[in-house]
Design a protein. Structure first.
Length: 78
C-alpha cells in the first residue's frame, strides 16, 4: 500500500516563501521522511556486513538546498 504523501497547503507554502519561520519549519517537517529516504545509504562495516545509515552530510545538503529554494518558489495568483 502506498503511503499518503504529506503536502503543505497553499497558505503554508505562501507563508514560507514570504519567510515566515513557522511555515518553513512545517515544510521541512512535511518533507523530512523524503529527505531521510534520499540521504540513506548502505555502509560496509569492517566485518563485511552492510548497515543502512542516514548520511548526515547529504541530509544537511538536501535541507540547505530546500531552504535556498523556498524563497525563490514562484507563486501563481489565484
Amino acid at each position: 500500500m502506498m503511503e499518503e504523501k504529506k503536502i503543505p497547503d497553499f497558505e503554508t507554502i505562501q507563508a514560507a516563501v514570504e519567510g515566515q519561520q513557522w511555515a518553513v519549519e512545517k515544510i521541512l517537517e512535511c518533507y523530512s521522511d523524503e529527505i531521510d529516504r534520499l540521504s540513506t545509504t548502505k555502509k560496509e562495516r569492517p566485518d563485511g556486513s552492510v548497515e543502512t545509515v542516514v548520511d548526515e552530510d547529504l541530509k544537511q545538503q538536501l535541507i540547505t538546498g530546500l531552504l535556498e529554494f523556498i524563497p525563490k518558489f514562484a507563486m501563481e495568483e489565484s
